[in-house]
Design a protein around this ligand. Structure first.
Ligand code: SF4
Length: 332
């Protein structure tokens, strides 16, 4: 019988799920996903995680708690670095340990270490380690990973075409093709932030859908060419060594410099140290070009009514400004 591997729908799920899914499926594992974030998952996360953690880390704990009795293994890679000489937030590095120390009665955790700081061979070692849980044959592991990489590249192409990850995952699974005839939209708004903050429909209070319902064309960092984003982020006076920070800044700078953008909404988790720097950098750049900017800070107490009011006020102000005077400040 196929071994069941639980993948929590939290943190880097939208970044890497298609890669891991294809790889593990190829080796005969059955993937079990936690439900999408909901109130029960959030509550489980809050009560099974340290108070000081940021919201996405708490939510991740909720997903793990929900999955733990349904699977043979949990798949929680330990991310150290996803790009040469760069790092990701230290919370990812300690995630498997954090989960083990706070949630009881867990199944074995596949906690391979992803560390690209020195060489890509570290990742190959990690892939072999994960693959051996399901198949001892190195050739089979290697061909499963190669196939998964091809599948993952197709997924990234869908994101580049302007499809949000959750839709891209559904489309890829059902082999649907993108309908390229986009409806005419009134405004172009960039929604910036970490993938787990902007794409989690529950914690972001459905921000992207709400904007689309207002006939707004939403652009996110995943839709921006990664080479361009790296180029623009390299123009910062000091090198940004957080990979996800670099992606956020680079994609914001790309769109500010190269395309017509009517506004930027930055979604940030309360208390995130990395975000506090990114917000400041993006806000200054937006101000230079007179691009309206607003910040939505989320935590476990954020209320939907407040978010709705902020979105309405921000988008109405941009429309009003375009029709009337452009000297009305919409920053901050
Ligand atoms: S980058 Fe910020 S929001 Fe993301 S895990 Fe780290 S502290 Fe939390």
């Amino acid at each position: 019988m196929a071994k069941k591997v639980g993948i929590p729908q939290g943190l880097l799920f939208y970044d890497y799920y298609p890669l891991w899914k294809e790889f593990l499926n190829e080796l005969g594992a059955e993937i079990v996903l936690s439900n999408k974030t909901n109130k029960s998952i959030l509550d489980q996360g809050v009560s099974n995680c340290v108070d000081e953690a940021c919201l996405p880390v708490k939510v991740f704990h909720g997903h793990v708690n929900e999955l733990k009795d349904k699977v043979d293994y949990l798949f929680i890679p330990k991310f150290v670095s996803v790009y040469k000489k760069e790092f990701v937030c230290p919370k990812f590095l300690g995630l498997p340990e954090m989960v083990k120390n706070t949630i009881k009665d867990l199944p074995p955790i596949i906690d391979i270490e992803i560390d690209l700081r020195k060489s890509k061979y570290n990742v190959i070692k990690a892939v072999i380690k994960a693959g051996k849980y399901f198949n001892p044959n190195l050739f089979k592991i290697s061909s499963a990973y190669k196939k998964a990489l091809r599948y993952y590249e197709e997924y990234l192409k869908l994101l580049n075409q302007g499809i949000i990850p959750i839709e891209a995952i559904k489309m890829y699974n059902s082999t649907l093709k993108k309908n390229s005839s986009k409806q005419e939209k009134s405004l172009n708004i960039m929604v910036l932030g970490h993938s787990y903050n902007i794409y989690d429909e529950y914690t972001s209070m459905n921000l992207i859908k709400k904007l689309e319902q207002r006939k707004i064309n939403v652009i996110t960092p995943e839709m921006i060419d990664s080479n361009k984003a790296r180029y623009y982020s390299s123009k910062l006076p000091k090198r940004m060594f957080w990979s996800f920070g670099r992606k956020i800044i680079g994609s914001a700078f790309t769109i500010i410099e190269e395309q017509k953008i009517d506004g930027i909404i930055f979604v940030s988790s309360f208390g995130c140290g990395i975000d506090s720097i990114l917000i400041d950098i993006v806000q200054r750049k937006a101000k230079e070009k007179s691009i309206p900017f607003t910040l939505l800070t989320i935590d476990e107490h954020t209320g939907e009514a407040g978010v709705n009011t902020r979105i309405e006020a921000f988008t109405d102000m941009i429309k009003w400004r375009e029709k009337n005077e452009d000297n009305i400040p919409t920053l901050g």
